[in-house]
Design a protein. Structure first.
Lengths: 298, 420
């Protein structure tokens, strides 16, 4: 179809308002945040003295921020691993069962409909070291567990054990998402491909590793990207479930940013944290966007 | 032509939506927006009592109660900062008297001086001079205090103390003796709920006050006393020792959870401001019968003070009505309605003593006879910026218990924030 000049103009006119709003409220404010992160703004009144990288350097000297980055690293890896392994397994199992598939699919998908805030409050009680899971085990089996869950301050090579309950809660909420994506991917594989593999004598495991996984790779990749940017920006779940924790065992850059900016009035420092978070997310998203763009061109 | 008309219509709707958002409140309307973090138990009821008086006097004004939940106002202050920065201040807001008011808002030129209100209502003679000093900046007064809270109170379960024949501890040494007896009998001596780290800082400031005494404690905030001194170091060591006697799930609790442990007899004592008194009363306990109180160890003769006050931001949308609200806040009638419910004592010295219970009367007596010192955790002694960084040091210190490291970091902070 050849579009007339007039149609093009109208199309352009429709896009313009959204484009302007996006330009101001997203990219404009990213630029503003960047500018503040180079300034010396502390307190309510702006201070635009150019400080260069001073805010960033002092951030990397701050013990809290180093802990936050490590927490983000370990949390992301565990959370992604949890969701992908469990989501993939559930999808494979659901693909095999014949009756009641819709029921199970919905059960696993439902947590996705709940807000992170609600998830946080519920899991806060479940992992409460006094009245939660420890009390349950004590009442059922009479075993006394002295494990602090999210209040535990022990760590191993920089990995805080207190992150485990947070991973479980976040994983509980988002495993269903990976499952749905993978299930859709598996359903899209032509049945002939699987059947001919069976005729050639391939076992279930062989079919999984050599056929299903290679074919649904793009699906897995896309869900990794989505989960990855959620885990790098995580705030609401942790804020309601555990807070920063003693010695920042469950602290994340987003919480540091919130407290330092809006409670301590360190606007320059807070902007610095935001910029670093943006860069972290960009590291995950930009290669993905690039590969998608390349495919579209091809 | 139809298409263009449709697009114009769409743009029109968009503009209309934007304009609706932008004019939420208009000047001249009879409204009053009061911003606070009083959402729980006695606090909310106290605010309601103030509101009733205000509405009775100004029946045509719509009262908007803008509260934001969160211990010690942590979330409310974040929302407030955003609104002030964005140029849409509430008509009046709750603020801790002292450095929080002065350093955050007054020094930034965001508040109106209120001397005219104090003179008109003859408040200069009924507010204690020490309190007027801490709400003043360069000779001008900037807020109306409604109450006084005491930070250095040790609350204890009377039944537990009676059972083991214990006397409430007056000094730190007493405290450790009592705590040992309790621990040997399987009772956790001290309840702490530092899920919000401020509760740990609260405990520490009172141990600091007990170890240093009022003059040196005050010197810490003005730069006259150094943080890397032997005194502070021994206070930090004492704090570490105290931590050995607290409940193991402290990081999962908030302050009221800790107070509940004292009610249940799971723990014997807790060191918390006297809003705990309001909490105990709300739970149906009788002051002096079910629970007792004493100044926290070593702080007898000092009154570690904080005060909630209301200020008048510049460009308040309904300035005249806000002034009427402030008049209610500063009136004897208003304070006597608010404070008995909240569990605090009035900021005025001419209150009707018959309205207050046993604890409040003892606090009122102490407030007049003791040396008044400002609380750090609750915004009286240090700016919000400084307190935020103190919390960060505290959070690591509670887990690592490294006295030297914490002490050096506290000194660094003092150097950074006092010279301003």
């Amino acid at each position: 179809m050849i579009r007339s000049k007039r149609d093009q103009r109208i199309g352009f006119a429709i896009v313009i308002p959204g484009f302007i709003l996006l330009g101001i409220f997203v990219y404009g404010f990213i630029g503003w945040t960047l500018a503040v992160s180079f300034s010396g703004w502390e307190g309510i009144l702006p201070n635009w003295d150019f400080m260069g990288l001073k805010n960033f350097i002092s951030l990397f000297h701050s013990e809290r921020f180093r802990i936050d980055l490590l927490n983000t690293f370990f949390f992301s890896i565990l959370f992604l691993g949890f969701c992908v392994v469990l989501g993939f397994t559930l999808a494979m199992l659901l693909d095999k069962i014949t009756g009641g598939e819709a029921i199970f699919r919905n059960i696993f998908l439902f947590p996705l409909a709940i807000s992170f805030v609600v998830t946080g409050v519920v899991w806060r009680w479940i992992f409460n070291p006094t009245v939660g899971i420890n009390a349950l085990i004590k009442n059922l089996f009479g075993i006394n567990i002295a494990w602090g869950w999210f209040t535990e301050t022990k760590s191993f090579l920089g990995f805080n054990y207190a992150l485990i309950p947070v991973v479980i809660a976040a994983g509980w909420q988002l495993t269903g998402y990976v499952m749905a994506m993978v299930l859709a991917g598996i359903r899209a594989i032509p049945i002939e491909v699987i059947e001919s593999a069976s005729i050639d004598g391939a076992g279930e495991f062989r079919k999984m590793t050599d056929i299903i996984i290679p074919i649904i790779k793009p699906v897995l990749f896309a869900s990794l990207i989505i989960l990855g940017h959620i885990s790098l920006k995580i705030f609401d779940l942790v804020y309601t479930m555990t807070g920063s924790g003693t010695a920042f065992v469950t602290d994340f850059p987003s919480m540091y940013m919130f407290e330092t900016t809006f409670q301590g009035h360190f606007y320059a420092e807070g902007s610095g944290i935001s910029i670093i978070m943006l860069l972290l997310v960009a590291v995950v998203i930009v290669p993905y966007l690039y590969s998608v763009l390349k495919k579209e061109k091809a | 032509m139809k298409k263009t008309a449709g697009i114009l219509l769409l743009c029109g709707i968009l503009l209309l939506m934007l304009s609706v958002i932008s004019c939420g409140t208009r000047r001249g309307e009879k409204k009053l927006e009061v911003f606070s973090w009083w959402t729980a138990g006695g606090e909310a009821e106290g605010l309601e009592a103030l509101r009733k008086i205000f509405v009775a006097q100004n029946p045509n004004v719509e009262f908007i109660n803008a509260t934001v939940a969160g211990g010690a106002g942590s979330n409310a202050q974040a929302v407030l900062a955003t609104r002030m920065q964005g140029g849409s201040p509430p008509d009046t807001f709750q603020v801790h008297a002292g450095r929080e008011l002065i350093d955050s808002w007054v020094a930034a030129g965001a508040m109106e001086p209120l001397n005219f209100l104090f003179e008109k209502n003859n408040w200069m003679s009924v507010y204690p001079q020490g309190l007027i000093d801490i709400i003043s900046y360069k000779g001008k007064i900037y807020s109306v205090p409604v109450n006084i809270h005491r930070s250095n109170v040790l609350w204890y379960n009377k039944a537990v103390f009676k059972k083991y024949n214990l006397k409430p501890p007056e000094t730190l040494d007493d405290f450790f003796n009592v705590a040992d007896t309790l621990a040997n009998n399987g009772i956790t001596p001290l309840a702490l709920g530092d899920n919000g780290i401020w509760a740990a800082t609260h405990l520490f400031e009172n141990i600091l006050l007990g170890a240093l005494g009022p003059e040196k404690y005050q010197g810490l905030w003005t730069g006259k006393v150094r943080w890397d001194s032997a005194d502070v170091r021994s206070a930090l060591s004492a704090f570490v020792r105290v931590l050995d006697y607290i409940n193991s799930d402290h990081a999962a609790l908030s302050w009221d959870g800790a107070a509940q442990y004292v009610i249940d007899g799971k723990c014997a004592m807790t060191i918390m401001g006297d809003w705990a008194h309001g909490f105990f009363k709300a739970k149906g306990l009788k002051p002096g019968v079910d629970y007792g109180w004493i100044p926290s160890p070593g702080t007898k003769g000092s009154f570690n003070m904080l005060s909630d006050s209301f200020g008048l931001p510049k460009n308040a949308p309904h300035r005249d009505i806000a002034i009427k609200w402030l008049t209610v806040c500063g009136s004897r009638e208003g304070q006597d309605a608010f404070n008995p419910i909240k569990g605090s004592i009035p900021a005025r010295t001419d209150a009707d003593r018959s309205l207050y219970d046993k604890y409040s009367l003892s606090a009122m007596n102490d407030f007049q006879s003791d040396i008044i010192v400002p609380s750090c955790t609750h915004g009286a002694a240090a700016s919000q910026s400084w307190v935020t960084k103190i919390h960060d040091v505290m959070s690591i210190f509670v887990a690592e218990r490294n006295v030297d490291k914490a002490d050096n970091e506290f000194q660094e902070l003092a150097t950074r924030f006092i010279k301003k």
